[in-house]
Design a protein around this ligand. Structure first.
Ligand SMILES: NC(=O)c1ccc[n+]([C@@H]2O[C@H](COP(=O)([O-])OP(=O)(O)OC[C@H]3O[C@@H](n4cnc5c(N)ncnc54)[C@H](OP(=O)(O)O)[C@@H]3O)[C@@H](O)[C@H]2O)c1
Length: 353
């Protein structure tokens, strides 16, 4: 297929945790079908340059600036849309940005697929106990706005990506284990150590988006969830503590014995704290309203499998969650989603040790 016949997929947030691996996955696996336009505010970022090297067109646009954003979306067959609450940590700004993306996407002639990375409405879980999970509330407002464009809504597939494995590294102070004065890593959370909640390698968003695109109209109007692990938190912590290797102990040549992944004595404990204690710890590093938001976000995780809600229309990308849906396993069975154990072995943990 010539380049001009290939369908144009526009990836917003293309340098981010979901957008970058999505662009990369499509470039590496579906370049015969799709050409990729990756959108960033800064084409000089290493990730933007990597996408160019892989064959993407990289364009600059900001969700706050209508004309360049409209130009970035022009001619799209499909759009992968994501907004980033944490960029400015503002509900109003994220909602305004999401609304602009919806509006401009609704004006793209012949758009055939709108894949919107969102999150469940936390206010509807736990009998309304959690009203302040701002990133979730913002996604709900953007979703509500999206449904004011019936034609756009009719070609929309939402995806709910579970808690990233990468959160421990990316947001250690909020989600990861922290070293105490005795050298023990403490994972302090307002839920029980046996809590199982969905988590995943954010990079696996790529195969999910590719599968949705290849399925044509099949997932219009559906919400696809990406979740890989449901192990208890204390098991995940123990696995981490037993598998990581301090940088100084990584040998340059492969070892013939299994020492590399042996238990090297890193101590880690799970500490369950009250919501008030958690909020107090969070308040040391962020404004109070965000401390409340992340505390409620963590508390809400105690729902385990129901973190995504129990909407009958949810489709699990893989059947890890045993969702009550008809179209399970939308990902080809040949693709292995990355387990926590594999991720732990591969990640560079030096920044958080
Ligand atoms: N952490 C989790 O476990 C998790 C799970 C599910 C969903 N989420 C949601 O994921 C969202 C963040 O996505 P991510 O994890 O991919 O974030 P990320 O890794 O921080 O990347 C953010 C991306 O958004 C782009 N972006 C931000 N503000 C922009 C703007 N004003 N105009 C244009 N592009 C902009 C950035 O582009 P530039 O290259 O221009 O910087 C970047 O590519 C959040 O809203 C969060 O609620 C997080």
């Amino acid at each position: 297929m010539s380049a001009t016949n290939k369908k144009l997929v526009v990836i917003l947030g293309a340098t981010g945790a979901q957008g970058f691996p999505t662009a990369k996955y499509l470039l590496q696996n579906s370049s015969t079908l799709f050409r990729i336009r990756a959108v960033t505010r800064d084409r000089n970022k290493p990730t933007a340059k990597e996408l160019v090297a892989l064959g993407a067109e990289v364009v600059e646009a900001d969700y706050d600036n209508e004309a360049p954003l409209a130009a970035a979306l022009a001619g799209a067959h499909a759009v992968f849309a994501i907004t980033n609450f944490w960029d400015k940590a503002s509900y109003d700004l994220e909602v305004a940005q999401g609304k602009l993306v919806n509006q401009l996407a609704s004006q793209v002639p012949n758009l055939k697929s709108y894949i919107f990375s969102s999150l469940p409405d936390g206010r509807k879980s736990a009998n309304g106990r959690f009203q302040n999970i701002i990133p979730y509330n913002a996604k709900a407002a953007i979703r509500e706005d999206l449904y004011t464009y019936p034609a756009l809504a009719s070609i929309t597939t939402e995806i709910f990506v579970a808690f990233y494995y990468q959160n421990w590294v990316k947001y250690q102070a909020v989600f990861g284990p922290l070293k105490d004065d005795n050298g023990t890593f403490v994972l302090s959370m307002p839920y029980s150590p046996s809590t199982r909640f969905p988590s995943t390698w954010a990079d696996d968003t790529g195969v999910v988006v590719d599968s949705i695109l290849r399925a044509g109209t099949k997932y219009y109007g559906k919400t696809v969830t990406l979740a890989t692990e449901l192990s208890p938190q204390d098991d995940m912590l123990a696995l981490w503590a037993n598998r990581i290797v301090p940088r100084s102990l990584v040998f340059r040549k492969p070892l013939k014995c299994s020492l590399r992944f042996a238990d090297l004595g890193i101590k880690a404990v799970f500490k369950q704290v009250s919501a008030q204690e958690h909020q107090k710890r969070m308040s040391a590093g962020m404004p109070d309203h965000l401390a409340v938001a992340v505390t409620e976000l963590c508390e809400n995780l105690y729902h385990g499998e129901k973190t995504f809600g129990d909407d009958k229309n949810l489709i699990s990308a893989r059947d890890a969650l045993q969702m009550p849906a008809k179209h399970k396993q939308i990902i080809p069975s040949s693709h292995k989603l990355k387990s926590w154990e594999e991720y732990v072995k591969e990640e560079d943990w030096s920044d958080i040790l």
